[in-house]
Design a protein around this ligand. Structure first.
Ligand SMILES: C[S@@+](CC[C@H](N)C(=O)[O-])C[C@H]1O[C@@H](n2cnc3c(N)ncnc32)[C@H](O)[C@@H]1O
Length: 317
């Protein structure tokens, strides 16, 4: 968000930043979208949501939008109760920040593809991917063992057994996956660890804040290493989507620019069309990149922050 050096623009920027901060630090403003589980479709809930004024996300036609994915949202902040995990029972819906669906849709998943979710826990985007298509193989990886358990539980709660058989869950450092499985995947999602602005701003006490500031400095290095590994894991012609839930330019545009400058086999894919078709439900800030979108929270559309960048691996190096 380079708003130039004019005083009027600075003033506008500071009003804007304070509005943004208000939303990020007030959970009462946060909205929760309801992603239906196509494997246990909630018909009754759907009627109820219509009566309550909810609408479906991406009503405008996106260049790619699978009909099997249904996500409902309301302009008024509200929160459905989460369903309890019960062994043997599939859940009917997943509550999420609607902007989380943008990286999943940017992957343009098709049936039969080999897909890697490099940083997968707690599994929201893996569940969303499976609402879009039936992959031939889905590899969900997570480095943190506690979060890995959460990921397994999410998959067990939403995905029927026959489909679970095409999913592999691993507990690897994502930086090693590319060397272990070179050029294996058609699509790779790197939903990277980042300085998550919602939880960082909301829960920081001074000790935590100091620790987070020092972690923050190291994040771009980790993010670049994760993408490098993802590039190796991707087959030529495959698509890579990188996402974070931070506004930090150092973790967003700068990371992607570094990858583009150091990988002649990666080319940016223009995703501005996505922003045009879903501007009713999301507010976007300029990123200075054709391949990068940044959703910023606004009252009534308190989704994000979410940065999404899309790259393609070329056939020849
Ligand atoms: C933003 S979260 C992923 C959210 C997830 N994609 C979802 O939609 O539910 C980032 C995840 O990356 C994991 N992570 C951190 N370092 C990692 C590494 N080196 N390799 C793989 N995963 C890592 C974190 O533990 C965290 O669960």
């Amino acid at each position: 968000m380079n708003l130039g050096r004019r005083p009027g623009m600075w003033c506008l920027a500071s009003v804007f930043m304070s509005l943004l901060r208000d939303i990020l630090t007030s959970p009462s403003c946060w909205q929760h979208a309801i992603l239906f589980n196509r494997f246990n479709y909630p018909f009754e809930l759907e009627k109820d949501l219509h009566l309550k004024g909810y609408h479906t996300l991406f009503q405008e036609s996106l260049p790619y939008y699978p009909k099997s994915m249904k996500c409902y949202l309301s302009r008024i902040p509200s929160r459905m109760p989460s369903e309890r995990h019960q062994i043997g029972n599939l859940k009917k819906y997943y509550l999420l920040n609607a902007a989380s669906l943008i990286p999943v849709l940017a992957l343009e998943l098709r049936d039969g593809e080999k897909v890697l979710d490099l940083c997968a826990a707690p599994g929201g985007k893996s569940v969303a991917m499976l609402q879009c298509a039936y992959p031939g193989y889905l590899h969900c990886n997570e480095y943190d063992s506690l979060r890995l358990r959460w990921l397994r539980q999410t998959l067990e709660s939403f995905i029927p057994q026959p489909l679970v058989n095409v999913i592999k869950v691993s507990e690897l450092d994502g930086r090693e996956v590319g060397d272990a499985q070179p050029e294996k995947f058609d699509k790779v999602l790197v939903d990277a660890p980042c300085s998550n602005d919602r939880s960082w701003l909301f829960s920081s006490d001074s000790q935590k804040a100091a620790c987070r500031i020092s972690q923050r400095r190291n994040l771009p290095v980790l993010q670049i290493e994760l993408i490098r590994s993802a590039v190796k894991a991707l087959r030529p012609g495959g698509l890579l989507v990188y996402s974070t839930c931070t506004l930090s330019k150092a973790e967003n545009q700068d990371v992607i620019n570094e990858i583009l400058n150091s990988h002649s086999n990666m080319t940016p894919v223009d995703i501005k069309e996505m922003a045009r078709t879903c501007s009713q439900d999301f507010t976007f800030a300029p990123t200075g990149q054709e391949c990068g979108l940044l959703v910023i929270p606004e009252r009534g559309k308190a989704w994000g922050p979410m940065y999404v960048a899309k790259l393609k691996k070329s056939w020849t190096i």
